[in-house]
Design a protein around this ligand. Structure first.
Ligand SMILES: Cc1cc2nc3c(=O)[nH]c(=O)nc-3n(C[C@H](O)[C@H](O)[C@H](O)COP(=O)(O)O)c2cc1C
Length: 230
């Protein structure tokens, strides 16, 4: 299984074929996935499309419904955990797409977000087809080690991550959106930052460490999320 390789060829998949998928390997992968914060309880279930409400014009045969208790950085944690799952799905030839514009039919206060998934003939692309901010726009010192984060998916491709270099690695910030965008993105942007951190984790599996410092530097227009060592 090479999750890091998937970062450079994945794309959000919105066209599926109705084919059966053996869920066994997916449950096994999730059982051993690395969380960002071990102290936050989360859970998931796999639903078929009849059990979700969608505002998307497309649908998939299956949906991961994600739930979490609400603690500091819980949305970042959900992004971190389930982007690893999305990369795993890609590695077993299954396409996926995070779905903010959807919900579950049976309301649950801990429900966070859906991930659509299923078999597809259209789930990879060439690296030149990624539409992303330049590295110089997402960090104070251009550093190629941030390329996996640069390529991460995000809600309406907002790419709300910003990194400042430290002696050990990077401080990680979420960009504060203007008032209009904030209404739409406030729940999703922390998930996006978690997704970018997952890309840094799978490309630095043995060295990656995350902590929330108390003596972090305030950065105008940004919210501090935590610090990584890679
Ligand atoms: C938190 C989150 C929510 C998203 N919600 C939707 C959605 O509701 N509908 C959709 O078509 N795509 C959704 N996406 C996919 C993004 O539009 C996509 O990641 C982005 O445009 C970048 O494209 P790429 O994933 O193909 O690299 C979502 C992505 C994230 C990370």
């Amino acid at each position: 299984m090479n999750l890091a390789k998937q970062i450079y060829l994945r794309k959000s998949c919105r066209k599926y074929v109705d084919e059966f998928i053996d869920m066994g390997p997916i449950h096994e992968f999730i059982a051993q996935v690395k969380p960002l914060n071990e102290d936050i309880n989360y859970r998931y279930e796999i639903l078929e499309k009849d059990n979700v409400n969608l505002k998307t014009r497309w649908s998939a045969p299956y949906y991961l419904a994600l739930y979490s208790e609400k603690k500091e950085n819980y949305l970042v944690n959900i992004g971190f955990i389930f982007q690893q799952v999305s990369l795993f799905l890609q590695s077993i030839d299954v396409g996926s797409c995070w779905v903010g514009m959807g919900s579950i039919k049976n309301d649950d206060p801990e429900f966070i977000i859906l991930i659509a998934f299923g078999k597809s003939d259209n789930k990879t692309r060439d690296i030149s087809d990624f539409k992303r901010k330049k590295l110089s726009e997402i960090c104070n010192v251009v550093d190629e080690r941030l390329m996996p984060a640069q390529l991460a998916p995000s809600a309406i491709n907002s790419q709300p991550w910003y990194f400042t270099r430290t002696d050990e690695g990077f401080d990680v910030y979420q960009v504060k959106q203007n008032i209009l965008k904030r209404q739409i993105l406030k729940k999703w942007n922390p998930i996006d930052v978690g997704i970018a951190l997952a890309h840094l984790y799978v490309t630095n599996e043995n060295t990656f460490k995350f902590e929330v410092k108390s003596n972090f530097e305030n950065l105008k227009g940004h919210t501090y999320i935590g610090s990584v060592r890679i």
